[in-house]
Design a protein around this ligand. Sequence first.
Ligand SMILES: Cc1cc2nc3c(=O)[nH]c(=O)nc-3n(C[C@H](O)[C@H](O)[C@H](O)COP(=O)(O)OP(=O)(O)OC[C@H]3O[C@@H](n4cnc5c(N)ncnc54)[C@H](O)[C@@H]3O)c2cc1C
Length: 473
Amino acid sequence: MKRDPVKPKEIEPLLRAEGFDEVCFAYSEEEALNEASRCIQCKDPACISGCPVGIDIKKFILEITRKDYKSAYSTIREKNNFPAMCGRVCPAEYQCQKACVFSKKGEAFASEKAINIHFLERFVADFGMRNNLETAINRDKRLSDFKVAVVGSGPAGLCCAGELARKGVEVVMYEALHKPGGVLRYGIPPFRLPQNVLDFEIDYLKRMGVCIECNIIIGKTILLKELFDQGFSAVFLGLGAGVPSFLGIPGENLCNIYSANEFLTRVNLMGAYKFPKYHTPINIGKHIVVTGGGNTAMDAARVALRLQKLNKIPPDVTVFYRRTENEMPARRLEIHHAKEEGIKFEFLVQPIEFLNDNEKSSVKRIRSLRCKLGEPDDSGRRRPVPISGSEFEADCDEAVIAVGLKANRVLTQQTPELKIDKWSDIIVNSDTMETSIKAVYAGGDIVGGEGTVIEAMGMAQKASLAIMEYLLK
Ligand SMILES: Cc1cc2nc3c(=O)[nH]c(=O)nc-3n(C[C@H](O)[C@H](O)[C@H](O)COP(=O)(O)OP(=O)(O)OC[C@H]3O[C@@H](n4cnc5c(N)ncnc54)[C@H](O)[C@@H]3O)c2cc1C
C-alpha cells in the first residue's frame, strides 16, 4: 500500500449542527488523485460485484488517476444515472468498499484501509455536475414507439425511468407528493443530500425526456388499469415503503410524538425549520427522545438537534435503541457524525410507556426497560431481552419513533390481482421483477421491504431490462 487513506474533510461538528449545510466536503482534485492512486487495480475486482448496479469501479478509478474525469463520469453513468446522489448516501461500507481487497474478510463493515470508492464517485459526479457534462444516450429506434408509466419517483422509479429513457422509451413518471425524489426528498436531510444535488439529478432525467407528473396517486387519481387504457405498454411500480411502524405502547398517541416519516417530511419537504416563511410548523421539545437504530433514527435525531439549536434551546436529544451499537443498522458514518454533534445514546433500552402530567395531552416522560442481548433472531442480530425490574423514567417532551417502515396499501388494495406477501410487499419474479399482472413490474422497498437506495436502483435496473425485452418481443 503506497499511501494512507485520504479522509474526507467535514465541517466542524458544533458549527455544522447550527444549520443544514452539507457535512462532508467533496475531495479536492489532489485528494481524489491520492486516494485513487491507492487502488491496486485488482485483476478480479470484487468491489464491482459489491455494487448492486455493477459500476465498473476499477475503470473509473483508473480514469481518475489519468485525470480523465470526463471518461470516469461516463463510466459511472453507464450503470448509474444518479452518481452525485449515490456518492453521498450509499452505504458503501456494507457494499463495494466492504468487498475491496483492503477490507478484512469476514468483517461486518469495510475496513478503514478500503479504497474510499464512495467519495471518489462523488468527486467525479460533482465534476460532472459543475461542468454540466452530458453522457451519450444510445436510443434504440425500435423502442421509441412505446410509452411506459413509472409510479413513484424515489430511487427505484428514477432509476427505471432513466434506464428506459436513455434507450428511447417514452416515460411518464407519476408521483403522489408535490415534489419528486421519494425518500431522497422528504426523508434524507439536506446536510446529507443537498436538495440542489437531487434537483440536478432529476433535471438530468427530464433532459433525457422523462415527463414527471406530481400530485397524482396511482390507485386513486388514476387506476392501474387506466394507465393501460391510456396507451402505456408497461408499468413499473416503485412505491417505496412509506407507512411508519409504531411501538404499540401506552401513551403513544399523546401530542408531540411523531413518526420519523412525519417529522422528517415536515422539515425536509415542507420547510418547517423555516417557519413562518414556510407554513408548516413543528414542535421543538427541550428533551427529545428518538427511538430506533437505523438511518432514519440518525436523521431524525440530527434534525431535532439542529431545530433545538436554531431555536436557541440547549441541545438535548437522546437515541434509545434496544440493542447495542454493533447491531445498529444505520451507516457507521452517520452514527459517528451524530455522536460528534452531541446526540446522546442509550443502548439496550426498550420504551414501554409514554407519560403525561395528567393535565395536558402532551408527552412529558418516557418509561423504559433495560435489556440484555439474547440469541440471534431471524435477521441474524442478537435479540434484545428485557430485564425485569430494570424500569426507569426519563424526561421526554417530544418523541420521534423510527422503528421501521411498511408498504403503503393504497394501490395494492385497489388492485387485488396484484399479489402481495404477508408484509403487503408486492411479489415479483426475481429474474424479471414482473408482478402477478402481465407487463406490470415492481422494484425498490415495495418489493424487498426497507432497503437501500442502491438496492432499489439495482432492482429497477433489472426491471428496466426486462421491460425493454418485453416491449421488443
Ligand atoms: C430517513 C431515511 C434515511 C435513509 N437513509 C439512507 C441512506 O443514507 N442510504 C441508503 O442507501 N438508504 C437510505 N434510506 C433507505 C432508502 O432511502 C430507501 O431504501 C429508498 O428510498 C427506496 O427507494 P424506493 O424508490 O423504493 O422508495 P421511496 O424512496 O420511498 O419512493 C417511493 C415514492 O413513491 C411515491 N408513491 C407511493 N405510492 C404511490 C402511488 N400510489 N402513486 C404515486 N406515487 C406513489 C411516494 O410518494 C414516494 O415518493 C433511508 C430511508 C429513510 C426513510
